[in-house]
Design a protein around this ligand. Structure first.
Ligand SMILES: *Cc1c(COP(=O)(O)O)cnc(C)c1O
Length: 449
């Protein structure tokens, strides 16, 4: 499959996930790449994978994708005590998902323009993904986006980030149901193949390969910046939900960037940290925490990691996943990996609050609850390499949790304040597939006759 087909398809036709047939080794180019800025480095890395897009076009897409970030470095590094924090929240919705979804929106637009085709994006969200996906495609001519969210579940600010977008190609549906209802309806709509084909349905969730590709860049950028002399490796602590972000770090390491360990930090939803510590992958109930974007049990991108760890043996992976789906748990056959790259730990609510408090008290740094989970995890491991903690959201997106940790403090951001006065646009709708399909039929500008 070509790169462009992989981007448009999202999930593989057989329900599996897509990965490149090989991961390029860039070890011998690193010396020459050191000192490149974020956009320049992104161009070099992405060109290795997006080999069916002319390099000038790709560079234009990348430059545009990061032109509306509010920091000249795109992803700045900030020292916080012994640790370094890599701020990934300088995009339009103040969460790290902008880094991938700004690029994906422009990439969709480019490919659709080449093909004279169009797309109806259907997505479900409990918070950050919806607003970042909308920000990525708003106003784009060949794309409409339909976002389902459980009424009342996203925070007030997260809902405003979706519903105040005025562009006509954006449609928000507050569903009378749970997040699981929204997910189920979305899956059913995609499984209705007649509907999917007729209405050119497309997806933006983190199974899309282009999202991972865009995320490799900031690992490489931070590692090269901290290893200016080319003499030391860098470790990363990653607040983890769907395993997308940390898997991008794993790929950056496979490519030969100077990366030592990856610390996998979960909240109370600890299925992944149990797996990495005990070898058992076991489904449990979802816990609702202060870091809602990590309130996930089964991580869709984990299959990609297992595939590599099983030596690209698709039938072994299939057996593992079938076992897991049948029994609710599965174990990996004895592992031949030479060393543990991924160190995992789970951080509870009181530790998260305590970490926000002590980071602010001791270093005058305000972390959001997701970022705090990663910082707390980093403090548990004594590594010889410097540790970079990924900051995945701006603290002003989660003002209640931040205030709970540090007391009376104004946590705000001008782009969030501006939302308060804007008109909202949304439809309330029952959790019903047929009703939602009907709205897509009515609002779509993109369908077969
Ligand atoms: C999505 C998200 C995460 C988790 O990222 P994954 O790729 O799902 O592991 C962490 N923090 C924030 C703020 C997010 O929006």
């Amino acid at each position: 499959m070509s790169f462009q087909d992989a981007v448009i398809t999202g999930q593989a036709p057989d329900g599996g996930l897509l990965l490149p047939t090989s991961i390029p080794d860039v070890s011998n180019r690193i010396a020459e790449w050191r000192g490149l800025n974020f956009v320049e480095l992104a161009c070099r890395i992405m060109a290795l994978y997006a080999d069916d897009i002319p390099e000038d076009d790709l560079a234009g897409l990348i430059r545009r994708s990061y032109s509306n970030f509010d920091h000249s470095e795109i992803t700045p590094l900030v020292p916080v005590g012994e640790l370094q924090v890599l701020e990934l929240f300088h995009g339009p919705t103040l969460a790290f998902k902008d880094i991938a979804l700004q690029f994906l929106g422009n990439l969709f637009e480019y490919i659709l323009e080449q093909r004279k085709d169009c797309l109806n994006i259907l997505g479900s969200t409990s918070g950050d993904t919806g607003s970042a996906a909308i920000a990525g495609v708003r106003g784009k001519a060949r794309i409409s986006i339909f976002i389902l969210y459980p009424e009342g579940k996203p925070s007030r600010l997260q809902a405003l980030q979706m519903t105040t977008v005025p562009d006509e190609n954006v449609h928000c549906f507050a569903v009378d149901g749970s997040f699981d209802d929204c997910q189920r309806i979305m899956k059913e709509a995609f499984n209705d193949l007649g509907f999917k084909q007729k209405y050119h349905l497309g997806a933006v969730n983190s199974v899309n390969w282009a999202r991972l590709l865009a995320q490799i860049v900031y690992y490489a950028y931070a590692a090269l910046k901290l290893d200016a002399a080319g003499t030391r490796k860098v470790s990363f602590s990653v607040p983890t939900g769907n395993f997308g972000d940390i898997f991008a770090g794993f790929l950056a390491r496979e490519m030969g960037f100077p990366i030592d360990k990856l610390i996998l930090a979960t909240n109370e939803n600890d299925i992944l940290s149990v797996f990495f510590n005990q070898g058992v992958y076991r489904r449990g109930p979802v816990h609702f925490t202060l870091s809602p974007s990590m309130d996930i049990q089964v991580a869709s991108n984990f299959e990609r990691y297992l595939f590599l760890r099983l030596g690209r043996d698709a039938s072994a992976l299939k057996a593992f996943m079938q076992n897991f789906n049948r029994e609710g748990e599965a174990m990996l056959p004895p592992c031949t990996a030479p060393e543990d790259v991924i160190l995992a730990t789970s951080v509870d609510t009181s530790t998260t609050l305590d970490t926000i408090r002590t980071c602010y008290r001791d270093f005058n740094y305000l972390a959001d609850p997701h970022t705090a989970v990663g910082i707390a995890a980093a403090r548990r491991f004594a590594l010889s390499s410097p540790v970079v903690c990924l900051a995945t959201a701006h603290p002003a997106k989660f003002p209640e949790s931040v205030r709970r940790a540090v007391g009376d403090l104004v946590v705000e951001h001008p782009s969030l304040l501006a939302l308060e006065s804007l008109p909202q646009r949304l439809e309330h709708i029952p959790a019903d597939l047929a009703l939602i399909q009907n709205r897509v039929r009515t609002l779509s500008n993109c369908h077969e006759a």
